[in-house]
Design a protein around this ligand. Structure first.
Ligand SMILES: Cc1cc2nc3c(=O)[nH]c(=O)nc-3n(C[C@H](O)[C@H](O)[C@H](O)COP(=O)(O)OP(=O)(O)OC[C@H]3O[C@@H](n4cnc5c(N)ncnc54)[C@H](O)[C@@H]3O)c2cc1C
Length: 400
């Protein structure tokens, strides 16, 4: 039987894939979206925080259906318990009900002309002259599809991209392990901000978080660097047990996942293939957030795929324009953030405590600001770090 043919098939329907389907459908390209999950949305594997700017960038509607809690900033806790709060009067972002957002995105893409099929596990992708051929396990039944090209949005360590010749494997050192509970009946945190906890005892090479979601309810989680003796669950349970306000609560959902924080792929295109989202390691290396970045990448990939369909050119040479667009739009910024991550990884508990105790909020804002020139930042830091030459050396290396 001749397999059903589409111009583009998007594999994996998380934020990247869903927005790619929507964008292609808006451009009247015939597009099929496939996901192995039996339901678009769950499991969430996510703390569901999304900054306000991403709504505009990804053309997302702000709706009370999926924007369930307003966030005005963040409080950062040092290992000794000192804290720095960066809070604004202006809204900074939302905690999502991500499962509902994703279902909405799927319905929106379909309304615009995409076809979407859940419970469709792509088990083989192979190139044939002039097309890509897919074998799919659709709820126990084998189906076959073909297309001009594939956008692989199939998450961390994308199998599809690898089958089509692009190595997406992460090194163990470049991933964080995340474990999270949605908890209810809890207290002891500021519900207006993201509460973030540092320290090698709390979360080695990472941080713990309380992202408030509803009254007395929050996503409580932990992300730790890839090669630790204990699991992320061990550290999360320890974190919860050490806080009365959390320990008395109940777990209403548990998730775990891997976060690719080691920097995105240099090349994200091959003949008939583009890769977007976690599959291309499109994650903010400092905090591990990837929803917005995945959607932005999904839109860029879909725009390039639409051009390729119109030009009937699915060659790597043509599709490589996606790499350039990515660097211009987000890649260059993420490269700088990777350096910040490397800086943070070098700080000890004492360094974190010292910074939290000695820098004022105004100074933190100035150092973080893009408006301030480097010499002024160096003067602020220099004055503070004169008693800690080791830390000054690390900071200088980053600023340079
Ligand atoms: C614990 C944790 C907390 C996080 N918190 C946040 C946060 O607060 N804010 C934030 O911005 N980011 C957060 N992230 C990161 C964010 O969840 C990801 O970056 C984001 O989901 C990436 O989207 P994606 O579309 O690329 O991939 P995914 O959401 O992983 O989607 C990939 C999809 O591909 C499907 N798939 C895989 N293989 C196949 C196949 N062969 N055939 C068919 N389908 C397939 C999967 O079923 C899945 O639906 C968190 C991550 C973790 C682990």
């Amino acid at each position: 039987m001749t397999p059903e043919h589409f111009d583009v098939i998007v594999i994996g329907l998380g934020p990247a894939g869903l927005v790619a389907c929507r964008t292609l459908a808006e451009k009247k390209i015939s597009v099929l979206g496939l996901d192995r999950k039996q339901e678009i949305g769950p499991p969430k594997r996510c703390a569901e925080g999304l900054g306000l700017a991403w709504f505009k960038r990804a053309k997302l509607k702000i709706s009370p259906e999926w924007c369930v809690h307003k966030i005005y900033g963040a409080t950062l806790f040092s290992p000794s318990g000192s804290s720095v709060t960066l809070k604004s009067k202006k809204l900074q972002g939302y905690i999502l009900e991500r499962k509902i957002l994703e279902k909405h995105l799927a319905m929106d893409a379909v309304k615009k002309g995409a076809k979407i099929i859940a419970k469709s596990d792509v088990i083989e992708a192979r190139r044939e002259p002039g097309r890509v051929f897919l074998r799919v396990n659709n709820g126990g039944e084998e189906k076959q599809y073909s297309c001009g090209m594939v956008i692989a949005c199939d998450g961390i360590d994308s199998l599809i991209a690898r089958q089509l010749g692009l190595n997406t494997t992460n090194k163990l050192v470049d991933v964080d392990s995340g474990c999270q509970y949605e908890m209810t009946g809890i207290s002891g945190y500021d519900p207006a901000v993201l509460n973030i906890y540092f320290g090698t005892d709390v979360a080695p090479r990472g941080y713990a978080w309380i992202f408030p979601k509803r009254k007395d309810t929050a996503n409580v989680g932990i992300g730790i660097g890839g090669m630790q003796k204990e699991t992320a669950k061990y550290y999360l349970d320890k974190f919860i047990a050490s806080r009365q306000g959390l320990a008395k609560g109940s777990v209403i959902e548990a998730n775990a996942g891997i976060i690719p924080v080691g920097g995105f792929l240099e090349n994200m295109a091959k003949d008939s293939l583009l890769v977007a989202g976690d599959a291309a390691h499109h994650v903010d290396p400092v905090h591990g957030g990837g929803i917005g970045i995945a959607m932005e990448a999904g839109i860029l990939a879909a725009n390039v795929a639409a051009e390729a369909v119109h030009k009937k050119d699915f060659s790597e040479k043509f599709l490589s324009r996606y790499n350039k667009l990515w660097y211009e739009t987000r890649g260059n910024e993420l490269k700088k953030k990777l350096r910040v991550r490397h800086l943070l990884e070098q700080l000890s508990n004492d360094d974190f405590n010292y910074l939290a105790d000695s820098l004022t909020i105004e100074e933190v804002m100035k150092i973080a600001s893009a408006d301030l020139d480097k010499p002024t930042k160096l003067i602020i830091l220099g004055k503070k770090l004169v008693k800690r030459p080791g830390l000054a050396k690390i900071m200088l290396k980053y600023l340079n």
